[in-house]
Design a protein around this ligand. Structure first.
Ligand code: ADP
Length: 226
């Protein structure tokens, strides 16, 4: 579904962030990308969401090279990818409901669909009692749940979560990971970055370990795939 082929990225200041990264992610997988700060995790995600282009190598979504798509096709592709950031990035002047409704409006969904879908997705993430709270009236963990609800509301093929638990305590971390697991079990591919070893150990799913822009391990359920 996603295939990175010999992807290298050198930033304009000559930092070699990625060196010849090759891996494939199949539909329905839950893949964690781990590594120390500066290992290249965020850069890989930027390559996958086409926010930045590789210096060499290719990134495919099914058979399409996403860095060769036209503007319209890029927008179509981005609609298939839901993103959750470490800091949630909710709109501060909109309630939980309105944050999600807004994502649906931008995607051109009708009012009836919005009214039908938003309460259900907030229930899925366990926030049915906080629908009308503004972000500042929610805890960090609750804000991340809204961010996840917003990322999945338009039924993307893939959820990309960039250190979604980076600012959370251990209990909220477990909750967020369990929600991502549930979404994965419902059929969505999940790509997660984290530097938290406990998170990936608890998941028991595939882990790609990066060090200085290279894959040093690609391990699926205890077996080395490299
Ligand atoms: P991680 O997400 O694992 O912390 P990053 O992908 O953010 O790692 O960074 C990988 C390397 O690239 C680091 O050395 C970082 O300093 C560098 N880097 C990241 N973004 C940029 C940028 N926009 N310009 C220059 N160097 C960058």
């Amino acid at each position: 579904m996603i295939y990175l082929e010999k992807v290298s990225k050198k930033y304009p200041n000559n930092t070699m962030a990625l060196s010849g990264i090759t891996f494939a992610i199949n539909k329905g997988e839950f893949v964690s990308i781990v590594g120390h700060s500066g290992a290249g995790k965020s850069t890989i995600l930027k390559m996958i969401i086409a926010e930045d282009a590789p210096t060499s190598g290719n990134v495919f979504y099914h058979s399409a090279d996403i860095h060769r798509l036209g503007r319209r096709d890029i927008l179509d592709y981005r609609r298939k990818v839901g993103i959750v950031f470490q800091d949630g990035r909710l709109l501060p002047n909109k309630t939980a409901y309105e944050n999600i409704a807004f994502a649906m409006e931008v995607a051109g969904r009708q009012d009836e669909e919005i009214e039908a879908d938003v309460p259900g997705v907030l229930k899925l993430v366990g926030l049915q009692d906080k629908i009308w709270n503004f972000p500042h009236e929610l805890s960090g963990g609750e804000r991340q749940r809204v961010a996840i609800a917003r990322a999945i509301i338009n039924q993307p093929d893939i959820i990309i979560a960039d250190e979604p638990t980076g600012n959370l305590d251990p209990i909220n971390t477990v909750d967020i990971i369990n929600i991502l697991k549930k979404i994965n079990e419902l059929g969505t591919t999940v790509i997660l970055t984290t530097h938290n070893k406990n998170v990936v150990d608890a998941l028991g799913k595939r882990v790609i370990t990066l060090d200085s822009g290279k894959i040093v391990r690609d391990e699926k359920k205890g077996k080395y795939a490299l």
